[in-house]
Design a protein around this ligand. Sequence first.
Ligand SMILES: [Zn+2]
Length: 412
Amino acid sequence: MRRAVLRTALLILATLPAFVPQGASAQAQGEAIAVTAQRLIDGTGRRIDGGSVVVEGNRITSVGTLPPGFRGRRIDLGDATIMPGLIDVHVHVTWYFNAQGRYHTSSDGETPVQGMLAAAGNAYETLLSGVTTAQSLGSPEDRDLRDAIARGSVPGPRILTSLGSISGGEPEQIRQRVRDFKSRGADVIKVFASRSIRDGGGPTMTVAQLEAACGEAHAQGLRALVHAHATEAMSLAVEAGCDQVEHGVFATPAILSRMAAKGTYLSPQCGLVFRNYLENRAKYEGIGNYNAEGFASMERALPLAVEAVRKAVTTPGLKVVFGTDAVAGAHGRNVEDLICRVTEAGQKPMDAILSATSVAAQSIGMGETIGTLKPGMLADIIAVRGDPLVDFAAMRRVVFVMRDGRTYRNSP
Ligand SMILES: [Zn+2]
């Protein structure tokens, strides 16, 4: 019943003119497109002056100097920087504020259609802000949204989803839950192994439970991402062979070095998620652990989070990815967390861009298809006005967004 209503909502959405993307699909036109600008960052650490990217269908066919005799359509962005579409490996695309302006919960009387319209709106905002791939960790509704975006009926970033999460149980039950997620179409497994930062961040799962979750995920061909704030919980996840730690606000240099040695990815947040909660306090307060104590712990987390990112980005060999934990109020502002990393935690601008492009692509198992600009890759391309290597706030000034060869934003 609920799914049928959601499908109807998506059909309605697909007919709304406001949701029809600007421009046209290169594929539909069958014509090559050259996007040119004063500079290009290719996602491997290389910067090219006067760069161009040629797209045919949904693939990149040339990067660098425009091939002599190019005869297709040209989009010249002038004083802008072309780069790969950003990849946010931790969002909650279905979280939204309801008609009363409050954080939506399952008991607030909102209909599934309202929920799906809000989620589609969040996806569109996220895409327009330059994020062309988002990993949602995750809700059951993500699946229909993911599939509608993949079909091209709704504009949004390419979505990967965990569809939900695992937070305990006997090891055999945990293994069964992983298989259930896989059979429902999950792209990744999300595991809660520590309390929330509002509740101290201590461990909530044993190494045996984590081995069951992450081991079974691997047996099913999936990755396993573990929510952990305190070092003890992070350590259990790393030793259990899980792929990535989310958050890690209380990480010590020792656990970060251990993660680097084991090749475990870290997805830390610099500030957007906490600031977003504090800015929208009235919309969240009084729901669950969003109480006075919870908000006080988020205020205290602000300097800790910046410090954790500073430690992470200076740990040799540690693979740090871009994951904002974007919730209601933060969709479309994802890049603020990257700006926080550079302006407050001291990450080098190029490293921040790599973190949100090629490193993030590798973390989701898509390093051979997205995250860098080179021939053969999917055409996920954005551009920002100005030069982010000189003024990183340029990342806010997105003027061009193409995903999978289709242009969704061209506003130089
Ligand atoms: Zn989250």
